[in-house]
Design a protein around this ligand. Structure first.
Ligand SMILES: *[C@@H]1O[C@H](CO)[C@@H](O)[C@H](O)[C@H]1NC(C)=O
Ligand SMILES: *[C@@H]1O[C@H](CO)[C@@H](O)[C@H](O)[C@H]1NC(C)=O
Ligand SMILES: *[C@@H]1O[C@H](CO)[C@@H](O)[C@H](O)[C@H]1NC(C)=O
Length: 294
């Protein structure tokens, strides 16, 4: 028992160590909503797999929202009044049939909850209302269904430091998340991706887009020819949360990636370069408190 609690304490401090700030259990209590980025699926009932982006973050040191988070989750429909034998499917777009989302779909648990508990992986189930829209859409958000969001992995979780002395990245940077996570997509010549602008220094902007990559048009930096083959390239590109830099564009709101741009990006951790076709801009708000549309 003592050993077990010691083990848990050590484990928590290891998890804690990945953030430059303390995340005591129960802290960062607030209402936290999530932007739904559904994965490619062939079924239109039952749980929806997806990426979920913290909607919305905030830079301030004393804010309960000062993390950029993108998690891998499962959204399971709940029946409304226990009168239906099985809950109705969640009526949101299902890629790839619905190639574009066109609107912002969100889930928000009505009560406050501790973001720290989520970061500590103590809180992995959130019941909430699924909406078409959010405060930053031009129309009033429309409740569509009730669901449970099960957190499967905290793919990206980064503390937002409001210090003005932190320099902005010189070139535009986005993180990418594959839309089709099925193993059969590992070799697909076209890869659809969600990209999230990397939030790093004030004021910054929170921008989520969807783009596609034609693998045949990717290549490797000539300095690393040995690392380059289609299999490796796909492996690299399909790693959730990898960082891309866009060397031709400075890291400004005005230069954000918008359709129908085709832009060359570079994976910062390796030799891969690819042209990316931007298909859709899904969400865009301006920091440091991200409550204003781009
Ligand atoms: C925030 O950034 C400043 C400037 O780099 C640094 O001095 C400070 O320690 C950082 N705060 C945290 C909590 O990391
Ligand atoms: C959907 O079905 C097609 C055809 O059976 C299959 O190739 C594809 O991998 C499936 N996609 C997903 C995400 O399961
Ligand atoms: C979302 O809301 C918009 C604006 O009211 C509407 O045009 C669109 O059809 C809705 N989509 C879904 C899937 O509910």
């Amino acid at each position: 028992m003592i050993l077990q609690s010691l083990f848990i304490t050590i484990l928590i401090s290891i998890i804690n160590a990945q953030y430059p700030v303390p995340i005591p259990p129960g802290g960062r209590m607030a209402v936290h909503g999530w932007l739904i980025l559904p994965w490619d699926t062939n079924v239109t009932d039952g749980p929806i797999q997806g990426w979920f982006s913290h909607h919305v973050p905030e830079f301030w040191t004393d804010s309960p929202h000062n993390f950029q988070i993108i998690l891998n989750g499962l959204l399971t429909p709940l029946s409304c009044f226990n009168t239906e034998s099985t809950p109705k499917p969640i009526p949101i777009p299902y890629p790839p049939q619905d190639n574009l989302l066109q609107y912002e779909f969100t889930i928000t648990p009505p009560p406050q909850f501790s973001l720290n508990d989520l970061l500590l992986e103590r809180l992995t189930e959130l019941k909430g209302v699924i909406y078409n829209g959010s405060f930053d859409t031009s129309y009033q958000r429309i409740p569509l269904a009730l669901g449970t969001l099960t957190v499967r992995e905290l793919t990206t979780a980064v503390y937002l430091n409001e210090s003005k002395v932190i320099p902005s990245y010189p070139e535009l940077r986005y993180l990418s998340y594959p839309r089709d996570m099925s193993p059969s997509a590992d070799t697909k010549p076209f890869q659809h991706m969600y990209f999230a602008h990397e939030i790093h220094s004030v004021p910054d902007f929170d921008h989520i887009i969807h783009g596609s990559i034609d693998i045949a048009k990717c290549h490797c930096d000539i300095n690393f020819p040995l690392l380059c083959n289609t299999k490796r390239l796909l492996q690299e590109i399909r790693t959730p949360g990898i960082e891309w830099a866009f060397p031709t564009l400075t890291n400004d709101l005005e230069n954000r990636l918008l359709p129908p741009m085709v832009i060359k990006g570079r994976v910062t951790s390796g030799p891969v370069l690819c042209p990316i076709t931007i298909l859709e801009s899904i969400h865009c708000t301006i920091g440091p408190d991200f409550n204003k549309n781009c």
